[in-house]
Design a protein around this ligand. Structure first.
Ligand code: XIL
Length: 369
């Protein structure tokens, strides 16, 4: 007996050590579960569950999803009298199957319209389009989609209204009208105004005025979506914090809806995320075609840590933080605003390995345990 005991002890210790190593590591969604949803944007292959490895990463790390493209007008409503919900149905079913928060992106946006929509030239036709489009889509997913970007990117950088096809045909009232139609189709779903750079002072003032006006005209706005296509150096944490405070003071939920951080040089200091702007490439503009240097990897990790620290400080005001893509290989920033570059904006690299940025976001929660 005297001799058996130490062996038994060693055996138990060995067993428990091997169990710990097999135990799943914590994930973003688990560690942040009491704070806000951690979302990602899914591309077509991910919605179709093409890669097992990607799929298990998505299910492990994220509890909210947005469709990166397939819920946009050109896909859901390709012709005037024809809707196509094949992919959108799959996307919603995927979220339901995995018990995820499902965000609809997007109903009224001037980009990625179907060609027939670009030809709408008068107010009668545009009014009919908006009614049919919003009612059909929102009703189809009533009670299944949890929130919608009702209007996306209605503002210019100076806070004035963008001269979109909607403004040109209907005037300002298209905004409140869109929100009213969405509420009518699904009174319980959360309705968001979504845009980029609305953490910058001038555009933020424009967004606040726009949301107030929609509400004054009887539209229901539940939240604001700050896209968050950011850089290593900007926007400042001060402006982000001011934005969280000012938007939530209006009684809105604040979501960060398309978070990514570019590490590449920006052509002519372009600001924003206008998908229609494209520029010529050069070696100088694509400095890390093979791998990201450690120094930049660290900077990215520090930037993500400081951003998430701020998010945690205001977790009571933040409903969701969604990354714009699952991993670097998928990011739209490899092709925008210059085609054919290699960017590294997300917490997972193209081989689905977690980067220092990921660890830095997790660490904020682990140290508090
Ligand atoms: C981007 C997608 O990521 C790309 O795949 C697509 O080619 C263009 O649109 N703001 C938005 C998103 O609201 O829908 C955009 O997504 C990025 C900027």
């Amino acid at each position: 007996m005297k001799f058996i005991k130490p062996y038994l002890f060693a055996f138990t210790a060995l067993l428990s050590a091997s169990c710990t190593s097999q135990k799943e590591k914590p994930s973003l969604k688990d560690l942040y579960k009491n704070d806000f949803y951690i979302g990602t944007a899914l591309d077509l292959n991910q919605i179709n569950e093409k890669s097992k490895k990607e799929d298990s990463l998505i299910r492990k790390e994220f509890n909210a999803i947005t469709a990166e493209n397939i819920m946009k007008s050109m896909y859901t409503h390709p012709q005037k009298d024809k809707y196509d919900f094949t992919l959108a149905d799959k996307f919603v079913a995927y979220g339901e199957k995995n018990k995820m928060f499902i965000h609809g992106h997007t109903l009224i946006w001037h980009s990625q319209l179907a060609p027939w929509m670009e030809k709408i030239a008068d107010s009668t036709e545009m009014k009919a389009f908006m009614k049919d489009h919003i009612t059909t889509i929102v009703s189809r997913y009533k009670g299944r989609v949890n929130s919608w970007d009702v209007v996306n990117e209605a503002l210019n950088e100076d806070g004035t209204l963008r001269k979109s096809i909607f403004l040109n045909t209907l005037g300002e009232k298209y905004l409140a009208n869109a929100f009213k139609l969405a509420e009518k189709a699904d009174p319980k779903v959360d309705l968001y105004y979504n845009d980029y750079n609305i953490e910058e002072p001038a555009k933020r003032a424009g967004a606040i005025a726009l949301i107030k006006k929609i509400k004054a005209e009887g539209g229901k706005v539940d939240g604001v979506g700050i896209q968050g296509h950011w850089k290593l150096e900007s926007p400042s944490l001060e402006e982000i914090e001011k934005s969280i405070l000012e938007y939530s003071a209006l009684g809105l939920k604040v979501a960060f809806t398309e978070l990514d951080i570019t590490v590449l040089p920006n052509p002519w200091d372009l600001k924003g995320a206008d998908v229609n702007q494209n520029f010529e490439g050069s070696e100088k503009m694509n400095p890390y075609p093979k791998a990201l240097p450690d120094s930049i990897q660290n900077k990215l990790a520090e930037r993500y840590a400081s951003i998430f620290k701020l998010f945690l400080k205001h977790k009571d005001k933040i409903s969701r933080v969604t990354f714009w893509g699952v991993h670097d290989g998928q990011s739209w920033l490899n092709g925008w605003p210059i085609k054919g570059r290699t960017n590294y904006p997300l917490p997972f690299d193209k081989d689905l390995k977690h980067k220092k940025a990921y660890d830095s976001i997790l660490k904020l929660k682990e140290t508090k345990k």
